[in-house]
Write a protein that binds this ligand. Structure first.
Ligand code: ADP
Ligand code: MG
Length: 766
């Protein structure tokens, strides 16, 4: 059944070749107990290893069941070892971190025997060697004789045809040796047992054939087989270790070095912690922006101006000055038109469009404000002296599209004194948060501004007269001049009365925006209703000066020709004859309403030519895009740094795995002797790095999660925002995967080194 034909084997050292086997030819019976005797160094172990397929011959042939092994590939040898051979070593070679049962099962695990069958067979064979009461012990809890029994059980369990024992009693006392020999003799009843020993007494007592080796040559054979009569053919099942087996093997190994594994996993989790925190921050920041946008920025108006630049936030970013290294060194000048290089769009506000705006679903908006260029002619009487005022800036409040319990003014402004206006003739003074009001407004109202403080009462009750065009402009042949008779005009004017002092509510963004949007100075303002503005326009539309201006192509007041910059329409708007604003601000109720308004505005542009399109700007959108872009940029830099720490940690994993490979060299040899493929060995180490990677990912995520508590507390202190950093579950999964992949990569080279280890040498290491 087994035949060696002219086997030669030598080992080449640095400058010297050692012949271990010199032209060995041997035939074995299917069932015999062969003892191989010989002095140390005579080639006994080499012979056994070659028969067992653990080592390979240089020349000659090994014939198994009539099949030459000359063309065997690595996997064929692995399958051969697993199926046909049982090894018993002098030093037992058990895997120390798994129990007796698992040690015995290992060979079957490799060949994919089911767990139940494995267990049953292992227990059966352990009973046979008298160890059924020790199956859950670890090898180091047994005596030498017991360990060798485990090794015998392991060799037998797959029911191989050949048992190879290399000095099985070499480490045992004589009494135990006899017990072991009895056991081996028992096995030899129905198997081929080849046992190496240098104890010729034992050999003669137990073996039925003794082969003696000397310097790699057979010098005697007591029961030589001349003719092989075997017609068995060679077929065997290949082995393959499942990843799960590799995992459990590595898991058990890792359990023996918990501290180190934990430290390694922790060290390599630092990168994960960093990235995870950054991602949480940017994720949370985005969510905050979203929320902020919904809460506050949503009240930012959608602005539609007569002239608008079509600029994306990216464009605005790119407008920051170029770096100095791009300065050019030429003595020429390049003409450049800034205006034309920015895309300027002229929005033409037709009556149709203004109607469209008026028809916005009232539920969506708080109001629509119109900034107009209409000049208001005002007279103010102080101490019986009437003064003409034309530089006093008044601001029109937004037009409310819907009747509601609270007017815009009431919702956005606190009343400090007096009352809110009840009709269009009543106006209010809005002071800023420090109760300031522009000096020129106060002076125009006839208030002595040399005083440090002015009481609210001095303002309340003050009257301003608005003079309509027909009273204000007198026709003088071809041109119009202002009427200088103030007394007459004062009596004809529309009386506006200051009825209250108000101030934008502290938390009301809208009030602040209205102040900022109106052309007024920063410090306070006089507010009037949109209704008043519309009433004045209605009155002035048919005034004489307007009618006269409509027929002329020069400015009726100055005699100047109109230009592209100042058109007749502009003049008519100035005279209050046109209700065409130059800026429209639409104030949405909330975030959803804003979306609805935007889609309503987009609908208008459908099917319109580019020229007729009305372009709007959403200031809030610009803000939030800008800020999250900045956050993204910072985030990427930090992620790059953490990424480096991840790479460093995967190199570290490589080193640690390499150390583990060195430590587990013996285990590699044992696995190979049991028929594990190279692939299976690398799988064992990949399983180990997988576990470390998974642990480091989990540790990283957990630590990062814990760190978010203090981080959020600090951010709450700084920004008053709750829970800024929030983990995204998808990021968490991705990061754990990244940790596993990186550690796997780090451990790959050591795993390959492990799988390439020579099994014979691996077994010899301690
Ligand atoms: P035995 O088991 O009879 O003591 P071995 O088969 O182990 O002898 O060794 C036979 C010869 O081959 C010895 O001279 C030994 O030094 C040499 N030898 C065995 N294995 C190696 C090896 N891996 N590298 C170099 N020389 C070896
Ligand atoms: Mg030896």
């Amino acid at each position: 059944m087994l035949e060696l034909k002219n086997i030669k084997k030598s080992y080449t050292l640095a400058n010297y070749t050692q012949l271990a086997l010199n032209d060995i030819s041997l035939k074995f019976r299917k069932n015999e107990f062969v003892a191989v005797l010989g002095q140390s160094g005579s080639g006994k172990t080499t012979l056994l290893n070659i028969i067992g397929g653990l080592d390979h011959y240089d020349s000659g042939d090994l014939i198994i069941n009539n099949k030459s092994t000359k063309k065997f590939k690595d996997t064929d040898w692995d399958a051969y070892r697993n199926n046909c051979i049982g090894f018993i070593f002098q030093s037992y070679n058990l895997i120390s971190h798994i129990n007796i049962l698992a040690n015995v099962e290992l060979g079957m695990t490799l060949s994919g025997v089911s767990k139940k069958e494995r267990r049953q067979k292992a227990i059966e064979v352990l009973k046979k060697v008298g160890l059924e009461n020790h199956i859950n012990k670890k090898p180091n809890q047994l005596s030498g004789g017991q360990m060798q029994r485990v090794a015998i059980a392991r060799a037998l369990v797959n029911n191989p045809d050949i048992i190879l024992a290399d000095e099985p009693t070499g480490a045992l006392d004589s009494k135990t040796s006899v017990q072991i020999m009895e056991l081996i003799k028992e096995i030899a009843k129905d198997k081929l047992v080849i046992m190496v020993t240098h104890n010729s007494e034992l050999a003669h007592d137990y073996a039925n054939r003794i082969i003696e080796l000397k310097d790699g040559n057979i010098i005697s054979d007591t029961n030589k087989l001349e003719k092989q009569n075997n017609n068995k053919t060679y077929t065997i099942k290949k082995t393959a270790m499942s990843f799960l087996t590799a995992l459990s093997l590595s898991f058990n190994n890792i359990k023996t070095k918990k501290g180190r594994t934990l430290l390694t996993a922790f060290a390599s989790s630092i990168g994960i912690i960093g990235i995870s925190i950054i991602l949480s921050l940017s994720n949370g920041f985005d969510m905050q922006i979203d929320q902020f946008e919904k809460d506050t920025l949503s009240s930012f108006p959608i602005t539609i101006s007569r002239q608008t630049t079509e600029m994306s936030p990216e464009d605005m970013m790119s407008m920051t000055p170029d770096k100095s290294d791009s300065y050019i060194d030429e003595e020429v000048i390049y003409p450049y038109d800034t205006a034309s290089s920015m895309l300027i769009h002229k929005n033409v506000f037709t009556d149709d469009y203004l109607n469209y705006i008026n028809n916005i679903n009232p539920d969506y908006t708080i109001g629509v404000s119109y900034l107009r260029t209409m000049s208001l002619n005002m007279l103010i009487k102080n101490d019986d002296k009437i003064n003409y005022v034309n530089n006093l800036s008044l601001s029109s409040l937004p037009k409310e599209l819907k009747e509601s319990e609270e007017t815009f003014l009431e919702s956005a402004y606190d009343l400090l004194k007096g009352s809110y206006p009840k009709d269009k003739a009543e106006i209010v003074v809005a002071v800023n948060e420090k109760n300031r009001l522009e000096k020129n407004i106060l002076e125009a109202l006839g208030i002595d501004t040399s005083k440090e403080e002015i009481s609210f009462d001095e303002l309340i009750g003050k009257e301003i007269k608005i003079i309509l065009n027909d009273d204000f402009y007198k026709n003088n042949n071809d041109y119009f001049v202002p009427n200088m008779n103030y007394d007459e005009m004062y009596d004809e004017g529309i009386t506006l009365k200051i009825v209250g002092i108000v101030r934008g509510k502290e938390d009301n963004m809208l009030a602040q925006i209205v102040n900022a949007m109106s052309m007024s100075q920063g410090a306070g303002n006089i507010l009037y209703s949109n209704e008043l503005a519309e009433y004045i326009i209605e009155q002035n539309k048919d005034s004489l000066i307007v009618k006269a201006q409509q027929d002329l192509d020069y400015n009726i007041l100055t005699g100047e020709k109109f230009t592209e910059n100042y058109t007749k329409d502009d003049m008519l708007a100035y005279l209050g004859a046109k209700d065409i604003p130059y800026i429209i601000n639409i104030y949405p109720v909330d975030f959803e309403a804003k979306e609805n308004i935007i889609s309503y505005l987009n609908d208008y542009n459908k099917d319109k030519s580019d020229e007729d399109k009305i372009v709007y700007t959403d200031l809030a959108d610009t803000f939030s895009t800008l800020s999250s872009n900045i956050m993204d940029a910072i985030g990427w830099v930090l992620i790059a740094f953490s990424g480096i720490s991840l790479i460093v940690s995967s190199i570290m994993i490589g080193i640690i795995t390499y150390i583990s490979v060195l430590e587990r060299t013996k285990e590699i040899g044992i696995l190979r002797s049991l028929g594990a493929r190279k692939k299976d060995v690398s799988r064992v180490f990949n399983a180990e790095t997988f576990i470390i990677g998974l642990a480091s990912g989990l540790i990283g995520i957990i630590i990062a999660r814990l760190l978010l508590f203090p981080i959020n507390a600090i951010l709450k202190d700084l920004t008053n925002l709750d829970n800024v950093a929030i983990m995204n579950p998808i990021h968490t999964l991705i990061l754990i995967t990244v940790a596993i992949i990186l550690t796997l990569i780090g451990g790959l080279i050591p795993a390959v080194i492990a799988s390439r280890k020579n099994p014979v040498e691996a077994l010899r290491t301690e």
